[in-house]
Design a protein around this ligand. Structure first.
Ligand code: FES
Length: 272
């Protein structure tokens, strides 16, 4: 006869092969704080970016274009002189042009290894924290549909490189004044500069980037350049989480700045 304390044969951490501990978990610290803060931060960004992406207004204040709307690929884009404004989609596109391109940065971040951890923990509680059991009875990881699709991350990385190049060009264009004369600088130029540095740092710190740069090599000694680049990317990669948050905030701030100037809340202070 089995001992009375033997747990029921259920799935997950309650299965018969796991230690028979009746407490939901043994953590005594505030383990819920990190997933709760993560959920609040991600939710705030989702609400803000959804509003801005569908607003279809106030995304251009010469010479600045909001990073949510660049490159602008439809005929209904606001005219941005010299900006990445290619009317590939013609006139049939009726809704906000941001929707065309946001799939790329969105897909990159949604499939990012760090953001996966963040939303698996904070939204799906799968698991909510280390040593805290998840409520789901079954765990299949990312080995089957639909989560196996997370593997497309490596391809989104290439798209993200293109997006970073476009935003770099937008930053170059920010060195003009509102009459498109070159060699000027305003507060917006600084906002764009900080944003593009963080966007590049986040993009290059990607785990897929690290693999592309230094993976699949048998001998680092035979590939000294790739080895140096791999070390450099590795150092950035160690800060991937911080860069994910910093660049998420900076891209929202850059968009908000353009919105405030374009909607007439204040004028862009010019330094020279
Ligand atoms: Fe985060 Fe690639 S792992 S961007």
């Amino acid at each position: 006869e089995p001992p009375a304390t033997e747990p029921e044969h259920r799935g997950g951490v309650r299965s018969g092969t796991r230690a028979a501990i009746s407490a939901p978990h043994l953590r005594t610290d505030r383990w819920w704080l990190a997933p709760a803060a993560t959920a609040a931060g991600l939710l705030a960004f989702v609400v803000y970016s959804t509003w801005r992406a569908f607003a279809d207004a106030d995304y251009y204040a010469a010479p600045y274009v909001s990073p949510f709307y660049s490159p602008c690929l439809a005929e209904n884009c606001e005219p941005m002189r010299g900006g990445p404004n290619w009317e590939l989609f013609g006139g049939w596109w009726g809704i906000s042009p941001a929707i065309i391109i946001l799939i790329f940065p969105l897909g990159f971040r949604l499939t990012c290894y760090y953001y996966r951890k963040a939303y698996y923990r904070s939204f799906w509680a799968s698991p909510p924290a280390c040593a805290v059991a998840e409520p789901h009875a079954k765990y299949t990881g990312e080995s089957r549909f639909p989560l196996i699709l997370q593997n497309v991350h490596r391809y989104f990385f290439y798209a993200a490189l293109l997006v970073a190049c476009v935003l770099t060009w937008d930053t170059v264009l920010a060195f003009r004044d509102e009459n498109y004369a070159w060699g000027h600088m305003g507060l917006g130029t600084l906002v764009f500069l900080v944003n593009i540095v963080l966007i590049w740092a986040y993009t290059l710190s990607c785990h897929s980037c690290r693999h592309i740069v230094g993976g699949k090599l048998k001998h680092f000694s035979k590939h000294p350049v790739r080895y140096r680049m791999w070390q450099w990317v590795g150092r950035l990669n160690a800060r991937h989480m911080q860069l994910a948050w910093a660049s998420l905030i900076s891209v929202a701030v850059a968009d908000l700045y353009v919105y405030l100037v374009a909607s007439g809340v204040f004028d862009d202070p010019r330094f020279f």
